[in-house]
Design a protein around this ligand. Structure first.
Ligand code: MN
Length: 501
């Protein structure tokens, strides 16, 4: 049921328009006019004829791959056509009017939604903010606009190695700050994870590799044990007459794992869902029966049963989770859900495509309200920079990204100060810190950092210990620990010097 698996990812660079059409024929009704896909492809290929990607490939490979990503979401025909045409008005001499003449109003509107404003009227950050706002407005009218943006961004990240390093980081940061949280709000788990993992690898390569190597041993050990546990459960489910649809292990995605590790003092032994067993059963009744069967075999850990069927997450996610002491003392998480809940978890609002509901994809009231708020922010703040800050706060309120002077990116919780930043880079940088520059301006050490800030720490090489008052200022636990440790060491050494013993 996972559409964006790795083998498909590799295919995107090599497939043709015929492959795309074949793929769409598998899920669209047979009376669709599939020749339109070929027409849109030829139209876009001609418009982009003299352009190449940074990879050296012909430009059309990009809209084609974007549309392939949309087909993986089981997009409808107008969205697929818009995917093929999405870069035409922005990057070629062919106008949106010509697209409308050839492919109709609906397709033209979708393309217009992600077409950036002209370069002449707006510049720099103002242009960036205006483009975002324009896209949010289009998205409020027709949510399919953001699906095209996701598919576009996914392919851009998949081929990002050909771009200059600075541009790679800018795109990855924007993805983590804006697009992945939007995907999350819309319940689109699969696309969110892909956007996050690709961006994380670019923004924090050292941390990314740390997670990869850290999980290697427990992952292979737990995978081995899991087949036994799976077998026991299978037998018991069959005995009790539960006709499960699937029973498979899922590995926690890299960026999710990283975020959790940061909450658990970087200790992988405290992560209980590195691998989880996912059981898909026909209906809600059998979800509860299955949980009962699991608990009758293995005792559950206290406080780890989460019933998201009775109380869905705000983005619509439903399942029941439980963590048990399984065979040989291994702690295992189980996730039980119906096929509909599974599609909702992977595709969020895009899942409604799969159930062939006629008409536009419907947002929940909460989601509609949230998109309206994104647009309304602009009315309250005139300044583009403030607008962007507000947007990020609204969709991304719990974490911020800070640049080092070298352009490396560091993730900190909201409310973090330059001292948190210093200790995050290196404990000695924290201990010897005497001041900070934020965006090249001298700033107080208790200044709350904002996402996108560039921070430079000023040090005094002779400084031995941090200021005790910093304990009241810092936000992160690791900074607090380092400060305490440094102060204690200092106390101990002084005591030793003065002590007559
Ligand atoms: Mn594009």
């Amino acid at each position: 049921m996972i559409f964006f698996n790795s083998s498909e990812k590799n295919q995107t660079t090599r497939m043709s328009i015929d492959d795309l059409i074949e793929k769409t024929k598998k899920y669209l009704p047979p009376d669709e006019d599939f020749t339109m896909l070929k027409l849109a492809y030829d139209f876009a290929a001609e418009a982009h004829a003299d352009q190449t990607r940074f990879s050296g490939e012909s430009y059309i490979s990009h809209p084609l791959a974007t549309t392939y990503n949309l087909a993986a979401m089981k997009a409808d025909m107008p969205t697929l056509l818009a995917g093929l045409l999405h870069d035409v008005p922005e990057d070629t001499a062919v106008s949106i009017q010509e697209i409308e003449k050839n492919f109709g109003k609906e397709v033209a509107k979708l393309v217009n939604g992600i077409t950036k404003l002209g370069r002449l009227k707006y510049r720099g950050i103002e242009r960036y903010a205006e483009n975002l706002r324009k896209m949010f407005i289009a998205m409020a009218k027709d949510i399919r606009v953001i699906f095209i943006k996701f598919a576009d961004r996914l392919h851009n990240l998949q081929t990002i190695q050909y771009l200059p390093a600075e541009k790679q980081k800018r795109i990855a940061l924007e993805t983590l700050e804006i697009y992945a949280p939007i995907a999350d709000r819309l319940g689109m788990g699969e696309i969110k994870h892909q956007l996050e993992d690709l961006s994380f690898a670019i923004l924090q390569p050292a941390e990314y590799n740390w997670v990869l190597s850290l999980r290697q041993e427990p992952l292979s050990r737990q995978t081995k044990n899991l087949s036994k546990i799976k077998k026991i459960l299978e037998e018991n489910l069959q005995k009790e007459g539960i006709n499960f649809i699937s029973l498979h292990g899922r590995t926690k995605r890299i960026y999710s794992l990283y975020r959790k590790l940061l909450q658990k003092d970087r200790d992988i032994n405290r992560i209980y869902d590195l691998i989880a067993l996912r059981i898909i059963v026909p209906n809600i009744q059998s979800c509860y029966t299955t949980i009962g069967i699991i608990h009758s075999i293995w005792p559950p850990l206290k406080g780890r049963i989460k019933d998201y069927i009775a109380t869905p997450k705000p983005n619509g996610y439903q399942s029941i989770h439980t963590t048990v002491f399984a065979t040989e003392g291994q702690i295992v998480e189980f996730q039980v859900r119906t096929p509909e809940m599974h599609d909702q978890a992977e595709y969020g609002i895009a899942a409604h495509w799969h159930y062939k509901e006629k008409g536009a994809i419907k947002l929940t009231e909460k989601q509609q309200k949230w998109i309206k708020e994104l647009i309304n922010i602009q009315k309250k703040v005139k300044d583009s920079e403030q607008y962007l800050q507000q947007i990020k706060l609204d969709i991304f309120s719990d974490r911020i990204f800070i640049f080092t002077p070298k352009g490396d990116v560091i993730e900190l919780p909201e409310g973090a100060t330059p001292i948190d930043f210093a200790y995050h880079v290196h404990s000695e940088l924290g201990n010897k810190c005497i001041g900070a520059k934020i965006n090249e301006q001298i700033a107080a050490l208790d200044t709350k950092l904002r996402s996108g800030d560039m921070v430079e720490i000023m040090i005094d090489k002779n400084r031995k210990k941090p200021n005790e008052d910093w304990l009241k200022i810092v936000k992160t636990k690791s900074a607090k620990d380092h400060i305490r440790q440094a102060l204690n060491k200092d106390l101990q050494s002084r005591w030793r010097l003065k002590s007559p013993f």
